[in-house]
Write a protein that binds this ligand. Structure first.
Ligand code: PHE
Length: 476
């Protein structure tokens, strides 16, 4: 312990590429592989996808730079980092309140994220057992879940949802794994996990997409994903697309502030951020190109909603060559993506507990991992025992949604845009300009462009979309 500074050496990434890998791991998750195809399917494809991509590059990317800037400069948890940047800029320390909003959002997102990842875990089990059966029967390249009717295959999800104990044990296992990794710390926990899991993820993603291109209907998938029907771009769809862009880039929850605070050396934030935004968006689009050819090949409905991946796809794998094997790999891929994201969600409050409350990493991990686990239980009970509960039932937007969808919708549509809005105002208007220039490494026209986007476009666009999305009656 270094007595003179009062605090021990803070942990950090071993290299710049380690940070990028971990940040891409945080960004690429259920949001890309499950939520993006689901929303694109529900929202009618092309127009949603193009508006989404615009949100990523015009609003998301400048925010990625801003969050990493705050963390890299502050070298502290989200709240502490904002406080330090505010101090160095002569701004009020109360700006750190939006950091707290982010910490809260990350904690809430983690609670339902782990429940959904638990479904994935269950399907890894189902498909794993099925594939094992295929091997034992001497036919490893057969389709998945052979001999089961479509009702039986889809019915598995209903069976899972009706079974609180099963949901609970999956949720428990996933949260336990997340907690285990985060408790080990930045280097031997988070960085080690990302170094092993991310390459595995990319190999699987490319492999299954190529497979889908051969056995599926790629032409129809391309048309569906990239031909815009602008009449489908309603304010709600825009709100959804923006929320999804923020969610997918892990923005508005102080995730990148926290990860950025573990960068030690100098770093060109511009190129780092571009890498993260491109990787995340590339994976979302590739996931669409992995899933929809398979969906269309068997004539299934792309607008199936949240069950698309869980009910629609397993049935598609039934009739595909080597469906048992590919089906298993597909769910392993989603699980891998979910783990590298859930650890970043947990790291945000854990870093806050360490930095602001003075807890040990282990205590903080237990408190927040355990807390999110408990809230997650309410989410999963919302599918069975508490299916009538409407948490925000007084609010028309959430009048119909179960507990999990309410937590998901409230964090995604309200908390993340708010967090993004304040980040933009803070970095665009309050942060010291010389500090920003020095720490981001941006200069010339890129600096001016980024300044314009973060100071003007982000607050205006995020603010407008937030208000019109939440109160659609404004537009009549
Ligand atoms: N970006 C992650 C995903 O797409 C989710 C996430 C949100 C992770 C916020 C960290 C912080 O799945």
């Amino acid at each position: 312990m270094v007595a003179s500074t009062g605090s021990g050496e803070r942990e950090g990434w071993s290299s710049r590429s380690a940070f990028i890998l971990a940040a891409v791991g945080a960004a690429v998750g259920l949001g890309n592989v499950w939520r993006f195809p689901t929303l694109a399917g529900e929202s009618g494809g092309g127009a949603f996808v193009l508006f989404y991509v615009a949100c990523v590059f015009l609003l998301g990317l400048p925010l990625v730079i801003s969050e990493i800037f705050i963390g890299r400069t502050g070298q502290d948890d989200a709240v502490g980092s904002i406080r330090k940047v505010a101090k160095q800029s002569g701004a009020s320390g109360s700006w750190s309140l939006f950091g707290f909003l982010g910490v809260l959002a990350a904690f809430l997102i983690l609670s339902f994220y782990s429940v959904v990842a638990g479904w994935v875990l269950y399907y890894v089990g189902v498909m794993g057992a099925d594939f094992l059966g295929a091997i034992m029967a001497g036919d490893p390249f057969r389709g998945a879940l052979l001999g089961e009717s479509q009702e039986a295959v889809s019915g598995r999800m209903g069976e899972l949802f009706a079974n609180p104990m099963l949901l609970l044990s999956m949720h428990f296992a996933f949260m336990g794994l997340t907690l285990f990794i985060v408790a080990r710390g930045i280097g031997s926990g988070i960085e080690a996990a990302a170094t092993i899991l991310m390459p595995m993820f990319f190999v699987l993603l490319v492999g299954i997409t190529v497979y889908g291109a051969f056995v599926g209907d790629m032409t129809e998938a391309l048309a569906f994903l990239f031909t815009p029907d602008w009449s489908k771009l309603t304010p709600q769809v825009m709100n959804t697309a923006l929320g999804q862009a923020l969610f997918s880039l892990s923005l508005g929850v102080a995730g990148l502030i926290t990860y950025g605070s573990y960068i030690k050396g100098p770093s060109g934030l511009g190129s780092t951020s571009v890498t993260i935004a491109f990787a995340d968006t590339g994976v979302a689009l590739l996931s669409g190109l992995m899933i929809f050819p398979i969906v269309f090949a068997v004539g299934l409905d792309p607008a199936a909603g949240p069950t698309l991946v869980f009910q629609t796809l397993p049935f598609a794998f039934q009739t595909m060559p080597a469906g048992a094997l590919i089906g298993l790999l597909f769910f392993v891929l989603i699980l891998v993506a979910a783990v590298t994201s859930s650890i970043s969600l947990l790291e945000v409050p854990v870093a806050w507990g360490i930095g602001e409350m003075g807890w040990s990493r282990r205590t903080s991990s237990l408190v927040f991992g355990g807390g999110a686990f408990l809230i997650g239980i309410a989410c999963l009970l919302g599918y069975n025992v508490w299916s009538d509960v409407r948490l925000l039932g007084f609010w028309p937007l959430f009048a119909e949604t179960d507990i999990l969808d309410t937590v998901d919708g409230f964090t995604g549509k309200v908390m993340l845009p708010l967090g993004a809005f304040f980040t933009a105002i803070f970095v665009g208007w309050k942060a010291d300009r010389r500090l920003v220039k020095e720490m981001t490494g941006l200069s010339g026209v890129w600096l001016s462009l980024w300044r314009f986007l973060i100071a003007w476009l982000c607050p205006l666009a995020v603010g407008t979309i937030l208000i019109t999305g939440l109160f659609p009656q404004i537009l009549g």
